[in-house]
Write a protein that binds this ligand. Structure first.
Ligand SMILES: NC(=O)c1ccc[n+]([C@@H]2O[C@H](COP(=O)([O-])OP(=O)(O)OC[C@H]3O[C@@H](n4cnc5c(N)ncnc54)[C@H](OP(=O)(O)O)[C@@H]3O)[C@@H](O)[C@H]2O)c1
Length: 324
């Protein structure tokens, strides 16, 4: 079968689409014929050697929509072995697609408990876009920040795969959304999806002050930029606000403890989500709600897909069509 495998840490140039043996499922596993799979920033980070515990070579890919041997269409929960504590993952848990061979392949083996029926409403590409991004955004907004209808939520870098889920899920929950992005075109798309206030952080160096002027102090903020952005976010929150961090695209953050203790903020970390988070998140898509699919690439064009993510050109999820 074909598999997109990473062999080094010099970036997407170290990816090879190659022929490897079709995997054989173990007793507790299902064999999935992958139809579509989506990129996540971790796939890019792994090619760049910027991820903990990298073991090479390996087939990348965490998200998948596919079919089982009995013909049923399914989506895969990429969070493997979360464990029994809904508050935190088990030390032995992992994410599909390094170290385990992932979904950028004609076939992938996953634990049976990670296989979920695919909502009929969704195309293969839409379903493939959902798992990792939808799970991370759902847990950030609801399990961790406990977002309530009517509250104001700040979403930094709304063009990102996970952040577009944060936008649509927050709107569905009745929140007021303030979104920032590097690009006016992305902000226009965010408005079409319901963003109430938008700001270009690249053109407006004082974007954090503008957030307060436009929308007041946020109750909740969801950030994966880290770096200077996270510190700015903490500086503008409402008293008792909740700030959720799940990534550090810009690297380590400089934060002012004063902003946190003086305003009684909750600074909350989150990663992926529990099986209950996944099931609750997937249910939200069994209706009119759709994930934001940026572009679909043929499997052979995967290097172009990685290039698009590296340039941060996407708005939403970049998807690979693997098979018919
Ligand atoms: N802990 C977890 O479980 C988990 C799960 C998923 C992702 N992550 C992490 O979260 C991050 C995003 O992942 P992803 O897959 O959604 O990536 P992605 O689709 O590549 O999105 C990255 C986005 O970051 C935004 N960004 C870049 N510079 C920024 C800045 N100065 N201020 C605000 N936003 C900025 C950009 O948004 P604009 O284009 O709108 O400017 C960009 O589109 C990565 O670091 C990833 O490793 C962690």
């Amino acid at each position: 079968m074909r598999a997109l495998r990473v062999h080094g840490n010099n970036g997407p140039g170290d990816l090879r689409l190659e022929e490897i043996p079709k995997p054989r499922p173990r007793e507790n596993e299902a064999l999935v014929r992958v139809r579509a799979a989506a990129l996540n920033h971790r796939d890019l980070f792994i090619t760049q050697g910027k991820y903990p515990g990298i073991k090479l070579p390996c087939t990348l890919g965490s998200d998948a929509c596919g079919v089982l041997e009995n013909g049923s269409r399914i989506v895969v929960n990429p969070m493997l072995n979360w464990g029994n504590d809904s508050r935190v993952w088990d030390a032995g848990s992992s994410i599909l697609g390094m170290p385990h061979d992932g979904s950028f392949a004609d076939y992938v083996c996953v634990p049976r408990e990670n296989v979920f029926p695919c909502p009929d409403e969704l195309s293969d590409e839409e379903a493939a876009a959902i798992p990792l991004g939808g799970l991370t955004a759902y847990r950030a907004l609801f399990t961790r920040a406990r977002l309530r209808s009517g509250e104001t939520v700040l979403i930094t870098g709304v063009g990102g795969g996970v952040q577009t889920f944060a936008l649509i899920l927050a709107k569905q929950a009745g929140a007021v959304v303030v979104a920032t992005s590097s690009s006016d075109a992305k902000l226009e798309r965010a408005q079409v999806l319901g963003a109430d206030h938008v700001l270009n952080y690249r053109r407006d160096p004082d974007w954090f002050k503008s957030v307060r002027k436009l929308a007041g102090a946020p109750d909740v903020a969801i950030d994966s930029a880290g770096g200077q952005t996270l510190g700015r976010v903490l500086d503008i929150m409402k008293l008792g606000g909740r700030v959720v961090t799940y990534g550090a695209t810009l690297g380590d953050a400089d934060i002012r403890p004063f902003s946190v203790f003086w305003r009684h903020l909750d600074l909350l970390g989150t990663s992926m989500g529990s099986p209950d988070d996944f099931a609750a998140m997937l249910k939200l898509f069994a209706g009119p709600l759709r994930p934001v699919v940026d572009r679909v690439y043929a499997f052979e064009k995967a290097p172009d897909a990685f290039e698009r993510m590296g340039a941060a050109d996407q708005f939403g999820k970049i998807v690979l069509r693997i098979s018919e």
